[in-house]
Design a protein around this ligand. Sequence first.
Ligand SMILES: [Zn+2]
Length: 412
Amino acid sequence: MILWEDRKRLHDIVHFVRSSSCSDFYRKKYRVLSDSFTGSVESLPFLTRTDLARTPATERLYVSLPEVAQIGFTSGTTGATPLIAFFSEIERYYFDPSFGLDVTCVLTIHPQMHKFSLTFSKICREGTRPIAPLFVDPQAYANAAVLAGKVGADVLCATPTQAVALASYCDSYADRRAFRLLVVLSELLTEHKMTQLREMYPNARIANVYASAELGNVLLYPCTHLLDTYSTSFHLSTQALIAAELIDGELVLTYGLNRAFPMIRYKTGDYFEIDTHQCPCGADTPALRFAGRRGVDLIRTHGFEIRGASVDEFFLQQPYDVTDKQIHFFQSQTQKDTLDIRVEIVLPTRPDSPETVAQVIHSAFIETFTCTAGLTVKELMDKGVVSDVQVRIVDRVSMPGIKQKPLVQHLT
Ligand SMILES: [Zn+2]
């Protein structure tokens, strides 16, 4: 489904990449297209992360190296090899990180923004209200809180997990109420997390935004209506994007502002749903809700689907406070084509009888944990899809990080 398409800009960018003397990456890809392409984005082949990983970065560079303003790379939560991305200077980013509020300084602890500090600084400077960016070490929360207090930072740019972690340090070194805006990204922002952040930062608006390291820009963000109603949904930046599609729920983007490597029909690996077609702001594109990242917040396998948000919902129903949790999916060692599930939970204090807690969670998980199709784990066991479920009380989940990972897929 096409959510947005600007044909004129699409044809221009296709012409640009096909006539380039710097790289023949797209020329080879588009060999079968007619010379004068005038069709829709849907008639172009997809660009995948595998395509990018297979081609050395310098062979898909559409400007000369001195024209590259920044070289980024993704650390690869979904792949082992870092993916290199070249970025040229771009005229405008369109994302306004002040959201029109009278704010002055953004404390940036988001890990990716360090690699994109040049881009992020420009974004901060070109909004309707220029704001001063302060970049701090992604894991040095005490340091971040002290610095925020000293310079009077009133905006925080972080992952939701980082924003929660920083809040406790603010009590010792700074004032949480000084933050008037939280710009959160890179993680599934559940309703539960949104409520938690509102309690922690009572004076802050919370803007859930979507940025892509491969595209190097913030491409979905809330309108005033969504911001005012503390919605976790957002709109596409139709100014920054040439086209956007939802294909089986996956967001596919066409972005031409970065001339170093235009991304044409790029499969992001991120899943979205339509929240509403008619947002009260009058936007001509629907408001979208992030459903998760493949293999991190969303697992599709064996004909069913599990979402990170269901993990939060499940644990809120349990009689124990859980400080962290992670659900791992393995190929069963004993039965071919079936899954083993391991649920890891971290409790605030060591219980008297960890076996009892594990047993209670184990039974509840099997009986009540539901996949998107409405199937319970028990039904999946009955169908022979899942063979074994284990619950372990641990001191720390086996794959911790500053980006929360509710689901971990070990399937090949
Ligand atoms: Zn809107």
